[in-house]
Design a protein around this ligand. Structure first.
Ligand SMILES: NC(=O)C1=CN([C@@H]2O[C@H](COP(=O)(O)OP(=O)(O)OC[C@H]3O[C@@H](n4cnc5c(N)ncnc54)[C@H](O)[C@@H]3O)[C@@H](O)[C@H]2O)C=CC1
Ligand SMILES: NCC(=O)COP(=O)(O)O
Length: 323
């Protein structure tokens, strides 16, 4: 298989160290290519500068292959440097170019500090998901977080809670359900996906006594899609749809906003969760956590989610025919 490209993420966070730890664990299984400034890697890691993804595939068993960029300065753990922002963004763009050219099998992104990119380089996106959609020229993408026990999808993503009811349209929800359904078949091998849809309001609106979005928007959309053959449950009460026995009833839960989706999965399996962007013309995964400034550079970061993200990217690439 061609390498999995790993963008460095925020150099002052735990991204470089979890990438290095992931390479140590996966070096004999999955070829990797790290994109960033090698000064930001932990001192102890064996790395080797390479010129291409093809060269990376030949050295990945012995050293972490690095497609090096000069960010201008070393990183101070926990203190993002605005002068690094453009390098962080460029590493993501480089990764997209490599996967689009077929030189890498997938992109796995280490966490970015969104505020540092906005302040340091005028980054115009609230996260990778929206940036990658823009780079790919795709209007609609979907964020899924997945662990062995649960898959969740927030229909609205990085927006203030106060804007959720306005931006939660039938069109957005329909696109989210269709993209999720297609990805469950294509990338997760679930031939007859069962999708649960959360309500927006407490008790899914309690028959309109606690909000009307369920009656006016969500339920009619679900009826229409059921008539097409989609296996959809809901709108369900979000507070009772994530306990162990409820989770056996669906393959993915579509939620109405970020925290409704991410709180249950990060509570159930913080170290095993993977963030995967659906609807892109290439494969992108990421750990489920952020930059963890408080523990950066201290050797305390758990690489499990990064390892799970790389494994998922490789599995998806193989399922799509990568060799
Ligand atoms: N994909 C991405 O680029 C993501 C970026 N972020 C960004 O990360 C920054 C910090 O966000 P927070 O909400 O503080 O979340 P966080 O995930 O960075 O940290 C939350 C807590 O979990 C701990 N933690 C996180 N990852 C860990 C690991 N691998 N091993 C051990 N402990 C770990 C941290 O020390 C902290 O106590 C923000 O700027 C946010 O935007 C957050 C999530 C995803
Ligand atoms: N809370 C999830 C998150 O912030 C990840 O976003 P993205 O950078 O993958 O778009």
């Amino acid at each position: 298989m061609t390498p999995i490209a790993i963008s460095c993420g925020e150099p002052a966070g735990i991204g470089p160290e979890i990438a290095a730890r992931a390479w140590e664990r996966l070096r004999d299984e999955i070829p990797l290519l790290w994109l960033g400034d090698p000064r930001h890697l932990p001192d102890a890691v064996a790395w080797q500068a390479v010129e291409s993804a093809a060269e990376a595939a030949t050295v990945s068993g012995q050293a972490l292959p690095v497609l090096a960029r000069d960010f201008g300065a070393p990183a101070v753990p926990g203190q993002p440097d605005p002068t690094h922002a453009q390098g962080v963004i460029d590493a993501i763009s480089d990764g997209v170019e490599l996967v689009c050219a077929g030189d890498c099998a997938a992109l796995c992104t280490a966490p970015i500090h969104k505020a540092a990119l906005i302040d340091g380089a005028g980054f115009a996106h609230p996260g990778h998901t929206e940036f990658l959609a823009d780079l790919a020229g795709v209007d609609e993408v979907v964020m899924m977080l997945a662990c062995p026990a649960l898959r969740v999808v927030p229909a609205t993503i990085h927006i203030p809670l106060s804007q959720v009811p306005k931006l939660l349209t039938p069109e957005l929800l329909e696109g989210t359900i269709r993209i999720t359904h297609a990805a469950l078949i294509r990338d997760f091998g679930i031939m007859a996906p069962r999708i649960a849809i959360a309500g927006l309001n407490p008790h899914a609106g309690e028959d309109g006594k606690m909000g009307c979005e369920e009656i006016e928007m969500i339920a009619p959309l679900l009826e229409r899609l059921r008539a097409e053959g989609f296996d959809l449950a809901g709108p369900m009460s979000a507070d009772t749809m994530f306990h162990a026995s409820a989770r056996t009833g669906y393959d993915a839960a579509v939620c109405m906003y970020h925290d409704q989706a991410l709180i249950p999965i990060k509570t159930i399996d913080f170290s095993g969760g993977v963030n995967v962007t659906l609807g892109l013309p290439f494969i992108r995964t990421s750990p489920d956590h952020g930059t963890a400034f408080g523990i950066a550079g201290k050797g305390l970061a758990d690489p499990s989610s990064m390892i799970a993200a790389i494994r998922m990217a490789a599995d998806m690439a193989l399922a799509r025919g990568a060799r």
